[in-house]
Each structure stands twice: as C-alpha cells, then as structure tokens.
Design a protein around this ligand. Structure first.
Ligand code: NAD
Length: 516
C-alpha cells in the first residue's frame, strides 16, 4: 500500500467531487507521518450518496498499530506538557483560523464522505472553529485556586496537570466537530492524543488533524489510528499507557468502553445516545413548532444524538400539527448534499438503512399509524445511495419501542397527550436524557418544563438540536456517565488537579494538630 495521499497515477484530488480513478490511499498518522497498517490490511470509505464513489482506502488498525501510535504520543508528551499554555493556545488558535480558510473544502469533503447536506456540513466545521477559538482562550486562563492555609507561613494553591496520553474515539455523524470537541481541549491541557475516528469518516478526521500539524503542532502530539472499533478502538481503550478515554457513540459500545476503563481505573468520559422529544403545548405557535420539528427530526437525516425523534403534542392541536408536519415533510427533497435544492441526504450505510427500515416494521406492528414515508427511497438518482424517506408515525404511545429506542434515522413519532403533566411524564419516560424541548407561549408552563424535564439540555421554543460550544454538552441517565464536554468547565474533563502546599515557616507544622 502506498500511503500519504493520492497514488502517483491519480489525478489531483478534487474533494467534494466523485472520482472515477484509483482512490487515494491513506495511512495512520503516527508521529507526524502516514504509516500503513503493520499487517497491511485496509478498508474503504465510501460516499453514502454515491456508493460507487470510493473516498479513500485507509490503513486498518490493529493492536500493533495502536501500540505504535501510543508510543509516538508518549514520546511527544513530555515536550508538549512543558510547552507553555499560551504557546499551546496559539497553535490551537492558528489551527482554527486555518480551518476557517479550509471550511468550504472540508465541508464539501464531509458531504461526500458521510452525506449531510452542504449547509449542515459547513455548520459542523464551524463548530470546530468555534471550539478552537473558545479553548484557545484557556491558554491565558486555566485558572487554579489560591486559598488560605489553616497554618501560619503556609501557602495553599492548585494547578492543572495533564493526564498523559489520552484516547479519543468518535462517531461519524459529526466527523470534524466531535473530534475537535475532544482533541482541542485535550491538547490545550497538555495531553498527547491518539484519535480513533469512525470507520465511515476517516478522511474528515485526517484533514482536521493535518490542519493542527500545519498550524505548528509538534509531530506525535495528535496521532490517528484508523479502523474498526472491535480491533483498533478496543486496543486503544485497553492500552495500559492510555490514561483517559473520551468516547462518543452508542450506549452499547459505551458500556463496553466503560467496563474496561472501570477495571483499569482510567478516567472515562461517555457521550452516548438520545431519544429526544419536542413537547408542543396547545398554546404554542404551531408553525414555529413545525419548523422546529422538521429541522430537529430530519436534519442530518435524523442521525444526530440530539435528533427530535419524539414529538409530544397536546391533543387539541395534535391533528393540525401532524397535518402540517406531514405536508411539509413530504416536500423535502432527498439527494446528494452537494446538489442544489437538496434538503435531506442519505443515511450512513447499508446496515443503518436496514436498521431504520426495521423500525418502520416495529412501529407498524405496535399499532402506530404510518402517516408518511416508511420506505427505502429509490429512483430519481437515489439508487446508488442509501436513502430513506422522511417518516412520520402518529398515534404513538410513549411506551412503544419506536418512542423508546434510538432509531438514528429520519423517523419521528407523534405522541398525543392530554395535558402538560402527561407531556412532561412522557418526555422523561425513556432511559436517555440528552435533549428535550418545549414549545409554549405560557411563561409559567415554560418554567415548569425547564425545571421538570430531566435532560442535560433543555430548549424553549426551539428544537432539540442547536447546542453552542460555550455551554456544557451531554446528558443525564444512559446518555452518559455524568461528564460534560464543551462549556466553561471543559478543562475539568481533560486535566487533573494538583494541590500544592508551601510551608515557609522553617519548622514542622502539622495540619489539623498545630492549629492555633
Ligand atoms: P458506535 O458506538 O458504533 O461507534 C462509535 C465509535 O466507537 C466508532 O469510532 C467505533 O469504531 C468505535 N467502537 C465500536 N466498538 C468499539 C469498541 N468495542 N471499543 C472501542 N471503540 C469502539 O456509534 P456510531 O454508530 O458511530 O454513532 C452513533 C451513536 O453515537 C448514536 O447512538 C448517537 O446518539 C451517538 N452520538 C452521541 C453524541 C453525544 O454527544 N451524546 C454525539 C454523536 C453521536
């Protein structure tokens, strides 16, 4: 395997455009260089809207490749840890500014590699830019505390310290934003990183990390091992020299990761799934709620951890809300996200397509009414991609599987309820707790909902998607394990405290005993 970009016989790469020639080959990024897999294995990344378009051929990681990446990160760690915080921040800021310059190129690649429509892909890159700028500010803050000692002539204070080599494992649905949410704060705090991006979006991850290198990041501070979870991801989690693991993905995988980290006493931060709900009360602005539901349920083809996959509507407005939603959703145009006028792109792969379709059968069998969609989309240029029609079920009950389980596709469930109390109860009735929203013009009801909705994120008069990086992101219950990414406390996740006592009395002073 030749690695390092396009093979010599390939024409210049035009990212964003389907390619008919030999696909480019890429190695793991280890110590600043691309390296083939030690066992020579590879895998392909394909355009989900044009399956015949191979985006690239990538080294497929094994435990031996993870060893090499962790060794490179360990070698780079001491130098990076010793680099002053403000200097580290300058590199992160420079990377953010480079991402700004490369935003369009990267967004087009993203649409090609994972399918989200171009406007959303631009938003994904923008989120990384925002995170980089935000976290770079910590380079001159990263405050510790200075507190009084109980003893005379004694000083007490704290400072942050990095964990060492940390592992970041990311999904494909935000292929630049999510790596940036982990990698930027990790390196800001002085850690060295091994990133294992999702197997469906390796090139987006590579381009992101290359931007850091181009901004001056020393070789080995961020390394990438491509490949599948069961070999590369698992080896990274189990590696004894990896001191902390930051994982975003499904609950099932999160449990496995957490079990290993628990046994090995590693820090483990989990951002997992969601079964988010929009509550629409009878007094709400219905058109606004329909706008929100459309964007929340069908944006990124419903493949967001925060997707509005449940629409809990007070009975008096349920029929009108559903009619308007179905009317608008039926107009959404499916297609390749680089083409003008396309509203909804493909889903990520064949497995996911079949899984989504399986849930249509589940909903029917449970007695929900299929009001729209429910089928794999074909014809009109869709045959070479994995497309699913926007799907709306009505007359769904909160306990049905389609209202409880994460589908991760363009399927949403309208759940009619009789009251605000019933709406709140239904909203809180899943084992997830990521994002919940309420549409109402009644201030008292809005505040009650804010108070009683059990989730990491609550919106009022906006759908369940739309988080900004300056607030914490994450969920309650099975959506995670109590950690939050982003926000003003983000460094707490990526660094450990060191408490420092300096006794300048010149004599032994015993805490709790020699106090006056
Ligand atoms: P996934 O769990 O299948 O994979 C996520 C990552 O974990 C991938 O890189 C995969 O290769 C790796 N992996 C798989 N098995 C592993 C193992 N045994 N050990 C270590 N790593 C392993 O999830 P996915 O299908 O890629 O992503 C969709 C899921 O991610 C959904 O449940 C979605 O809700 C969730 N998600 C959550 C957030 C959040 O912030 N809460 C954001 C985006 C996506």
């Amino acid at each position: 395997m030749t690695v390092g970009g396009a093979p010599p016989d390939a024409p210049p790469a035009v990212e964003g455009a389907p390619r008919a020639t030999t696909p480019a080959a890429f190695g793991h990024l280890i110590g600043g260089e691309q390296r083939p897999a030690k066992d020579g294995r590879t895998f392909e990344s394909r355009n989900p809207a044009r399956r015949s378009d191979v985006v690239g051929v990538f080294a497929r990681g094994s435990p031996a490749d993870v060893d090499a990446a962790v060794a490179a990160a360990s070698a780079a760690f001491e130098g990076w840890r010793g680099t002053p915080w403000p200097r580290r921040a300058e590199i992160i800021l420079a990377a953010s500014l480079l991402l700004e310059q490369r935003k369009e190129e990267l967004a087009r690649l993203m649409t090609r590699e994972m399918g989200k429509v171009l406007t959303e892909a631009r938003g994904d890159v923008q989120e990384a830019i925002d995170m980089g700028k935000f976290i770079a500010g910590e380079g001159r803050r990263a405050y510790g505390e200075t507190v009084p000692s109980e003893l005379r002539d004694k000083w007490a204070m704290t400072m942050r310290q990095p964990f060492g080599v940390v592992g970041c494992i990311t999904p494909w649905n935000f292929p630049v934003a999510i790596p940036s949410w982990k990698v930027f704060p990790a390196i800001m705090a002085g850690n060295a990183v091994v990133l294992k991006p999702a197997e469906d979006t390796p090139l987006c991850a590579l381009r992101f990390v290359e931007t850091l290198q181009d901004a001056g990041l020393p070789a080995g501070v961020v390394n990438i091992v491509f490949g599948y979870g069961e070999d590369a991801g698992d080896a990274l989690v189990r590696h004894p020299d990896v001191k902390a693991v930051y994982f975003t993905g499904s609950v099932a995988t999160g449990r496995l990761v957490s079990e290993v980290c628990g046994r090995m006493l590693k820090k483990c931060s989990l951002e997992l799934g969601g079964k988010n709900a929009i509550v629409v009360l009878a007094d709400a602005d219905l058109e606004l709620a329909v706008d929100g539901a459309l964007w929340g349920a069908f944006g990124t083809s419903g493949q967001r951890c925060t997707a509005s996959s449940r629409l809990i509507v007070e009975r008096p407005v349920a029929a009108e809300f559903t009619d308007r939603l179905v009317g608008r959703a039926s107009q959404l145009r499916l297609g390749y996200g680089l083409d003008a006028g396309v509203d909804v792109g493909p889903v990520i792969n064949e497995t996911q397509l079949q899984r989504i379709h399986g849930y249509t059968g589940v909903g029917r069998d449970e007695g929900a009414v299929l009001a729209l969609g429910g089928e794999i989309a074909t014809g009109n240029g869709l045959d070479d991609g994995w497309f699913y029609r926007p799907t709306v079920f009505t007359e769904v009950r909160p306990e049905m599987r389609i209202a409880q389980e994460e589908i991760f596709g363009p399927t949403t469930a309208v759940i009619p309820v009789e009251s605000l109390d019933a709406a709140l109860q239904a909203a809180n009735s899943t084992h997830y707790g990521l994002s919940l929203s309420v549409y109402t013009n009644d201030l008292r009801k809005a505040f009650r909902a804010i108070h009683e909705l059990h989730a990491g994120i609550v919106y009022v008069n906006a759908p369940t998607i739309g988080a900004e990086i300056q607030l914490p992101f994450g969920g309650t219950r099975d959506t995670g394990n109590g950690h939050r990414e982003a926000g003003g406390h983000v460094l707490d996740e990526f660094s450990e405290w060191k408490s420092i006592y300096i006794d300048y009395s010149g004599r032994l002073q015993r805490a709790q005993i020699d106090t006056e």
